[in-house]
Design a binder for this molecule. Sequence first.
Ligand code: NAD
Length: 336
Amino acid sequence: MNLLVTGGAGFIGSNFVRYMLEKYPHYKVVNYDLLTYAGNLENLKDVENHPNYRFVKGDINNRQLVDYVVKTYEIDVIVNFAAESHVDRSITDPSIFVKTNVLGTQVLLDVAKENKIKKYVQISTDEVYGTLGETGYFTEETPLAPNSPYSASKAGGDLLVRAYHETYGLHVNITRCSNNYGPYHFPEKLIPLMITNALEGKELPIYGDGKNIRDWLHVKDHCAAIDLVIHKGKSGEVYNIGGHNERTNNEIVHLIVEKLGVSKELITYVADRPGHDRRYAIDPTKIMNELGWKPQYTFETGIVETIQWYIENQEWWKNIKSGEYMTYYEKQYGDR
Ligand code: NAD
């Protein structure tokens, strides 16, 4: 199989490229990525010389280049991870989110259609469903009700994917996963932000009252689910992915403080994110029953392994926590 992985230099995409090359060394994997602030080829240093791995720098909005890559590498399947992915940045500047997550998706779908690609897989998020109260879960039938410019742009992309299936008969799947954690996670997101700040003895800024609930899944369990969707997913179907690991932000930060043995005094509460969704929780029954997916990690083992990874890979995140990132951080949290 010849796979085109768009956004393969980001957090989940790079874990997925590594996962596929390890599991299917005979597959050809082309990583197509614009290398925005979130894309980092250091994430794939260990596989860069793999004989079946290629990297192409490009924008998913560049139709000509995407088409050239699909033809040159005789691509069978496109898996689209490329996106602007950070909610806080979408609140500051929604326009790039629409350009990449909506218009970029449409370009990929068009190229997939024109080249009669065997399957197009859109990597989406549970955030398209909006927010939950204290009970209940998101199923594939939950109506889309995005609340942030980020989730609205992801929902827009998802609807185009659906339309290309219904209108043109393109073979597609959409996956909607809960929050991921694990190695190579960019340190603007909650878990790596807290681990790296704690390792640097910096304050640990929690939004609002810290009682917002997220449903956490180890990135390798997400990769295994996508692998199943590529090979066994029924055309046109949506699959929710989650491991029933609901935690409040307070619980996450206290766990990190405890595991790293740093002072609780580092925890500070900062002004809440506007429109902050209260709770996300996925019902993964469909992917478990239809495709036989089951998460391998418990949150307890996964978080310990992840903390250890950040302790052992300080050069990786220290390189990131400089330059453009610092400007963003100061705008978001002041001089904490
Ligand atoms: P990320 O921000 O770490 O990576 C995104 C990648 O896309 C980067 O490598 C970036 O360079 C690339 N990219 C951005 N714009 C591009 C463009 N115009 N053309 C080509 N490449 C471009 O994001 P992530 O956390 O790895 O998320 C990957 C996907 O998974 C996203 O679509 C996101 O919505 C979805 N998702 C993420 C999570 C999560 O918890 N991180 C959960 C569910 C779904």
